[in-house]
Design a protein around this ligand. Structure first.
Ligand SMILES: Nc1ncnc2c1ncn2[C@@H]1O[C@H](COP(=O)(O)OP(=O)(O)O)[C@@H](O)[C@H]1O
Ligand SMILES: N[C@@H](CC(=O)OP(=O)(O)O)C(=O)O
Length: 567
């Protein structure tokens, strides 16, 4: 039998005190789920105490010190044999762009010696973009000119320079670079680049960054093991370029990472963004920015304490700092808010990445690898929403809108059903929808469509089909401004937003509120979008009394806002 205990003590102090407190017992390991966490008052730790080498499972318990849970012999998750993996730390391309950055990141990993992280890495810097461009150029350049492709040379130089500067042998990436050159030559010879080959091509970015980083950690005395996601159980659909992770991934990844750790503890350095198609067996990718999803999937699979996503900004911000530089950090978010934000185009998180974290109820912390002292953003299932008004503003530009007015050939139900079946048949996703009895306005999601020509072709096709039952107006160069906030304050948010937009002389062309109710979307003309974002940001987040101010009474709040922000 094993007993899991929860104490307020540092892990090391607690481990030292166990033999005294429990004669004849030893520490079997740190309990697997949510076992170790720091609070302002000190460390809280669940540790499994075993009378022998029995493999056991610790259960998560309630608050307070004392017995946390008791697990029967032979439980399903072995904890014997030392510390357990406790967090995921994901570093994106911006955090891993050079040898100097890799040294910094190694410093961040070692700054928390009690933590046993699974590290997930993206490709270095802009390598994924360069690989895509190199592939496109290879299609048209002829085999003998492949070695002259500028992007290929940039990729090669960056990786060789990094290996040299870190004092590693070039053999760490030599075979990868050789294989990559062969692949580009193959593409040039075939004069074609399929989606499947594109995924294989871009996978070299993550495969190289992880090999370099694992070799560097080993060199500086931190035992690390490079892992290709497609070899450790990431099983996906065969939708190359945008593959979905299948359920079988969770047990497979847990078994592999956990088994490797128990057999030979070494920090796993996992390729983000990649998987293996379940039918094809080929390398797949999870959509741009997909390493966030790799990290949350591992977090859920292993039931870890926390998922850390390290970026080049101080967390999730009140808006994209490239659109408006006065953006501020949002300290707390719910999974729902973060999903809406990502889905509506905030580049900071992959749209699907919150799902595994929400399902596993594992907190996600967004941190800045360039400024690790900044607290970042903590994303959890629930948060105190009483005092929250607006959380963040998201802009999605270059959106196409369709106004579809029924010719009344079909009844109301038939009309809506027909419109959506046309979208389904053509594989087109819609973002925002607003309906009346005889008309429907939708905005189309451009991210689902690959190249410019295809957009026009698909649009022509969808309009043609819709014109069989409706009068259709195609409106291009529109923008969606999404207001992510507290549903219980929706009237207040809209009141304020419309005041601001009226004052700026902007006409809103459509509004829509998602079923999750944390997001209200306004569609405006693209040319006015940035100016709207600035005005809205100033009204909601800046000045002496921004709308996030903590005021108890809703009526008082509205009155005060009117007084403080006359519009
Ligand atoms: N609301 C937002 N909050 C924070 N960053 C945002 C937001 N919207 C867009 N961004 C952009 O996202 C970038 C970080 O995401 P990303 O490039 O995917 O990082 P990484 O490559 O390190 O994973 C930031 O540099 C910022 O320009
Ligand atoms: N390298 C991939 C995957 C990824 O997640 O990258 P990043 O973490 O740098 O956004 C991409 O560029 O899409």
């Amino acid at each position: 039998m094993a007993i899991a205990l929860r104490f307020a003590a540092t892990p090391r102090r607690l481990a030292a005190s166990i033999p005294e407190s429990y004669p004849g017992h030893g520490v079997g390991g740190v309990a697997r789920a949510g076992a170790l966490w720091g609070t302002r008052r000190g460390w809280r730790l669940a540790m499994v105490v075993v009378p022998d080498s029995t493999r056991c499972r610790a259960k998560r318990g309630g608050d307070g010190d004392g017995v946390l849970g008791v697990a029967a012999d032979g439980g399903d998750a072995a904890v014997g044999g030392g510390d357990q993996l406790s967090v995921v730390m994901k570093f994106g391309g911006s955090s891993m762009s050079s040898a100097a950055r890799m040294e910094e990141v190694a410093g961040l990993i070692t700054a928390f010696p009690e933590e046993r992280p699974v590290v997930v890495l993206s490709a270095m810097g802009k390598t994924t973009n360069l690989l895509l461009l190199a592939g496109e150029k290879a299609v048209g350049c002829g085999v003998i000119y492949v070695s002259e492709i500028e992007e290929w040379n940039m990729i090669k130089d960056l990786h060789i320079k990094t290996v040299d500067e870190l004092g590693l042998p070039r053999s760490v990436i030599h075979s990868m670079l050789d294989e990559l050159e062969q692949l580009l030559k193959g593409i040039a010879m075939m004069k074609e680049l399929t989606l499947r080959t594109t995924d294989y091509l871009v996978s070299f970015g993550e495969c190289m960054s992880t090999r370099i980083f694992a070799a560097y950690l080993n060199k500086i005395g931190i035992k690390a093991r490079q892992c290709d996601a497609f070899d450790i159980g990431f099983i996906t659909t065969d939708d190359f370029g945008n593959a979905e992770i299948l359920e079988a991934t969770y047990p497979a990844v847990a078994k592999r990472l956990h088994g490797d750790w128990v057999r030979d503890p070494a920090i796993p350095i996992v390729t983000g963004f990649l998987g293996k198609g379940w039918k094809s067996g080929a390398v797949t990718t999870l959509g741009r920015g997909g390493s966030d999803l790799t990290a949350t999937t591992i977090g859920k699979a292993l039931g870890l304490r926390e998922i850390q996503v390290w970026k080049d900004v101080d967390g999730v911000l009140t808006c994209d700092p490239n659109i408006y530089p006065n953006a501020k950090t949002v300290p707390y978010l719910t999974f729902e808010e973060a999903s809406e934000l990502a889905y509506f185009g905030a580049q900071v998180l992959h749209p699907q990445s919150m799902r595994p974290a929400r399902e596993g109820d594992i907190p996600v912390r967004v941190k800045n690898s360039y400024n690790p002292k900044a607290p970042g953003t903590l994303i959890t299932k629930r948060r105190e929403m009483d005092k929250v008004v607006l959380t963040s503003l998201v802009l999605k530009s270059n959106v196409t809108m369709l106004d579809i007015v029924s010719t009344r050939m079909l009844g109301q139900f038939g009309f809506l059903a027909k419109v959506f079946s046309i979208f389904e048949d053509l594989g087109i996703s819609v973002d925002c929808v607003a309906t009346s009895e005889v008309s429907i306005s939708v905005s189309l999601d451009p991210s689902k469509i690959w190249s410019r020509e295809l957009i026009q072709q698909e649009l022509d096709h969808v309009v043609e089909e819709l014109e069989k039952i409706a009068v259709v107006h195609l409106l291009q160069q529109r923008a969606i401004i999404s207001l992510i906030g507290n549903v219980r304050r929706s009237s207040l948010i809209l009141e304020k937003a419309f005041h601001v937009l009226r004052k700026s002389g902007v006409n809103v062309q459509m509004i829509s509120q998602g079923a999750s109710k944390v997001n209200m979307s306004l569609i405006v003309h693209d040319s006015e979008a940035k100016q709207c974002m600035k005005a809205l940001h100033q009204a909601f987040f800046e000045g002496d009394h921004p709308l996030v101010v903590e005021i108890e009474e809703e009526d008082v709040e509205i009155l005060q806002l009117r007084a403080d922000h006359p519009v």
